[in-house]
Design a protein around this ligand. Structure first.
Ligand SMILES: *Cc1c(COP(=O)(O)O)cnc(C)c1O
Length: 269
């Protein structure tokens, strides 16, 4: 039954731009209905899946409409773009930010200043840089360890076999609150191969849970985006990161936003 769920990567580029708060309300309701249907197929409670709207590349006006429609946390993949938007929207006191893309150590100070969550932790150097900056700011940060489940050399994230040792080192960073694992699946219309990435992340989490160090929680699995979040939910996602299905298509293929990512046919406009 589950293997019937298809990816929707062919719909990338077809989501219309959300231009009013009502558009956002409709898109959010449509995504929530898809989340509920996926949960229903596997007997999960939709309340156990958090929807993280991803606003990368979209202008401030668009983010403000999303906020009017009820979004109180937004995901951005580039630290500088996220920082700029945070600075411009400080009047929205309840709006929180999740950085979901690769971080270089020299940008750690930006993230430490404003982000509530960082989903792409994949090196001790970045953990050290964040820890130092968070201590200076007197802040803490929820983090997800990014895992490369597709085996693609171009994707960021730790190899699954490197995750256990990495987790053992994390309790030293007291400002980092480890919540779980994050992955980007293979970007493909072959649903079974996409599903295998999600299964790999869940299996890894199950194996690691037993001997995770004290204080390291691995409750969360952040996996799934506009084109594949239903499959991710069927395989246990607790956070789905959804951009285009809420905000509308981005003008450029994802290779443009993920440096080092090879272009794929599916993501070309
Ligand atoms: C852009 C992005 C997403 C959302 O992708 P959509 O196709 O817009 O849903 C999810 N995760 C990461 C890491 C991203 O950069």
């Amino acid at each position: 039954m589950l293997s019937n769920t298809q990816t929707r990567h062919d719909q990338h580029g077809r989501y219309p731009e959300a231009a009013t708060a009502l558009d956002f309300q409709r898109n959010l309701a449509a995504v929530r209905a898809r989340i509920a249907a996926a949960c229903h197929r596997v007997g999960r409670d939709p309340a156990a899946v958090r929807l993280l709207p991803v606003s990368k590349t979209k202008p401030e006006a668009s983010l403000r409409l999303a906020h009017v429609a009820g979004c109180t946390m937004l995901g951005e993949n580039k630290p500088q773009e996220a920082y700029r938007k945070w600075e411009a929207m400080q009047d929205l006191a309840d709006l929180q930010w999740s950085v979901i893309g690769h971080l270089q150590t020299n940008k750690a100070k930006l993230v430490a200043r404003f982000a509530a969550e960082f989903q792409a932790l994949d090196s001790l150097r970045v953990a050290e840089a964040l820890e130092r900056r968070l201590q200076l700011e007197g802040r803490a940060l929820d983090v997800f360890v990014q895992v490369n489940t597709s085996g693609e050399a171009s994707k960021y994230g730790l190899a699954p076999e490197d995750v256990p040792a990495f987790l053992q080192a994390l309790p030293a960073f007291t400002a980092l609150r480890v919540r779980g694992l994050m992955t980007l699946a293979l970007f493909s219309s072959e649903a079974e191969r996409v599903r295998q990435c999600f299964v790999r992340l869940r299996d890894l989490r199950e194996r690691l849970r037993q001997d995770a160090p004290a204080g390291i929680a691995l409750h969360e699995l952040s996996m799934g985006m506009s084109g594949d979040f239903e499959i991710a939910i069927e395989e246990g996602a607790t956070v789905v990161r959804v951009g285009q299905a809420i905000f509308g298509a981005r003008p450029m293929p994802d290779s443009h936003y993920w440096p080092g990512e090879p272009s794929t046919e599916e993501s070309s406009p």
